[in-house]
Design a protein around this ligand. Structure first.
Ligand code: ATR
Length: 278
């Protein structure tokens, strides 16, 4: 009698999604840890999100990554949400448990692991500036404040959006908001994070030059085959180091993989491979 092996299915849903490196990363993790699973790229328009998620679940899917622009909308579909996803107001990982959908967010922990473990950036007592006040910022503010920085300022083109996030998070630590042209510079910044999506359109907004010194570590949440506009801008303005977000990408994937499979992959060789192939 022929036996059929059912392989556990995972995937990433986004719009657009064709550029996503998640399938490559999860295949490398699966190979490394001997996990039998497949990981698909799923292009899903906003109108179709609920149908697509429920269909994936019905047809035996075990888990999903959720990316732009669905990270907030998908909250309406989950039965249980983790505290970190709830605080961030965004979900990037779904787990299907029986008929239930559990939502989590691994973006913040992914960034922290990259900064702390891979790049050895000290966050406790540091002065941090985040550029941008969208979904990406919401995902990282809580975990960054947990590291007890001395200050965390969010600068945004539309200052109201930065103010709303600062107000939401003020009970977690010393957070403030401002415009790009009014960034406080009484003390030098140790870390400047670009969380705007400007680079995706190839744009370099008037980022605050005065925030960069020879002590400043600059980190772009975006990553690309060639240096992103922000990473080039930061290097040109004398930053101590200027790094793109490959490490966060691999680390958030590792966290999702562990949630799904109960095994933690070694991110170092995968990160090396992604950067070599970049
Ligand atoms: P994401 O989920 O990637 O954070 P988002 O929620 O659409 O995406 O947020 C995009 C962020 O990039 C916002 O902070 C946006 O600034 P506004 O709030 O003023 O719109 C910022 N951004 C995008 N393009 C920009 C540009 N050309 N100049 C400055 N900021 C830009």
């Amino acid at each position: 009698m022929a036996t059929t092996t059912v392989i556990d299915r995972y995937g990433v849903m986004g719009h657009p999604v064709s550029h996503s490196r998640s399938p490559v990363i999860h295949r490398l993790f699966a190979l490394q840890t001997g996990q039998k699973m497949q990981y698909e790229l799923l292009h899903v328009a906003p109108d179709n999100l609920e149908t697509a998620v429920r269909q994936f679940q019905r047809t035996g899917g075990k888990g999903l990554n959720i990316t732009v622009p669905h990270k907030r909308a998908v909250i309406n579909l989950v039965d249980l949400i983790s505290e970190r996803a709830s605080t961030a107001g965004a979900v990037n990982t779904l787990v299907f448990r029986g008929s239930e959908i559990h939502g989590d967010n691994t973006d913040g922990i992914g960034l922290l692991r990259d900064l702390d473990v891979n790049l050895d950036v000290a966050l406790e007592g540091s002065n941090i500036l985040i550029l941008g006040a969208g979904g990406a910022t919401r995902g990282i503010v809580g975990p960054l404040l947990e590291m007890q920085p001395r200050s965390l300022c969010i600068a945004n083109r539309t200052v109201d959006k930065a103010e709303v996030i600062a107000a939401n998070f003020e009970r977690y630590g010393p957070i403030s908001a401002c415009r790009f042209d009014a960034v406080p510079v009484d003390e030098p910044y140790d870390l400047v994070i670009n969380a705007t999506s400007a680079g995706l359109q190839g744009e370099t907004p008037p980022y605050p030059e005065e925030a960069i010194s020879g002590e400043t570590f600059c980190y772009d949440l975006s990553y690309g085959l060639s240096p992103t506009p922000f990473s080039t801008w930061a290097r040109d303005h004398g930053a101590a180091r200027s790094v793109m977000g490959w490490g966060m990408l691999v680390e958030q994937a590792a966290e999702s993989f562990e949630i799904w499979r109960g095994v933690r992959p070694d991110t170092v060789p995968v990160l090396k491979q992604m950067q070599i192939n970049a």
